[in-house]
Design a protein around this ligand. Sequence first.
Ligand SMILES: [Zn+2]
Length: 399
Amino acid sequence: MGIVAVLAFAGTAAPSRADGPAGGVSLTGVRSWASPTGTRVVFDFSTEIHPVAPDSGTTRQLVVTVPGAPMSLAAGVPTLLVVRDTVVDSVMVSASEIGGRFRVTFAQSSRFRVFTLRPEADKPFRLVVDVARPGAPALEAERLGGIASTKRRDRIRIVAIDAGHGGEDFGAHRRKGPPEKTITLTIAHTLTEELKKIPGIKAMLVQNGDYFVPLRDRYHAAEKMKADLFVSIHANSSPQRVGRARGTQVWFLSLHGASDQESRDFADMENAADMVGGVPPQSDNDLVGILYDVKRSSVLQQSQLLAESLLDNLSEDRRVETRAVKQAGFAVLKSVEFPSVLVETGFINNPTELKLLGNPDFQRRMAKELAGGVKAFFQKAGYSLADPAASGIAVPQRQ
Ligand SMILES: [Zn+2]
């Protein structure tokens, strides 16, 4: 899985901002993204629209209308988008003086959700149609459960590696060069390869492709695979210090605000991923309670130790200013099941750093250093590695 169908017009992902007809609206882009759980179809508009469609349901063919105002298609926007990714078959677009009409044909009868997203970062007003891959939740539960069983059977440690962004969510902005999501996916891959070389460790990518995963689903997936720890890989951008900011930073969760303004800004930027990527409206189910708080504080101590181990293992020239780890309210670090950290590998708005981040030798070196930091953490925290006899985990004897 993880194949992305980007069918934006004219080979560009950046929609034009053409205004619609007088008093009307312009459809400026339409594209689809495939992921293991389903396919997302995204429509970009020049202004806010009020679609008429069911919020959710199960069907073979969905029609969304946007009545009330003239609609036009910006240059290059197709009237037929052929998707054929085994979930969505095609998208038919028609626009006229009386409005717009979009017909999404699924490969088979499937569950869907329809919602809109307000403009965010470089994204315009969007209409999103999410179509679930039939059977995907059961398959995903089986996959994650399989990883958890391997852990019990082979007495190994599971390290979940999260490649920061994907799909609609490109991550940090840049003038030119690859977006953050491309860099972080590559580094995350390299890090899993390096971790796999360490006996007793199994490294798993939370997401193996360029598609959007909501922040909460990232650590929930790691929880289901019974991960021992969670490392979220990112590349930073500093609006305050364009071209000057450099080095690698390691963060863990703060429940009481960030250690400084810049940290708060970074956390806000990363937490915006859900808005940019597009999370459908849902209720907040985070648990609260005293037991939860006790668990949280012990996990936070471990997270700090993990962050320090990673930072200590970075070569001198990668460490930023002070060697202290930092804290901020990153939403992706909120699990209480395992220590988790967020690594800002470098600054993509610094040309020298951007070049380094795209360089395979540098990626390999950084991955080696981070893998060494993970190993050091396991040793310092008293976890056994490839030594089942000394392990504190209750596991059945191998037959
Ligand atoms: Zn990021």
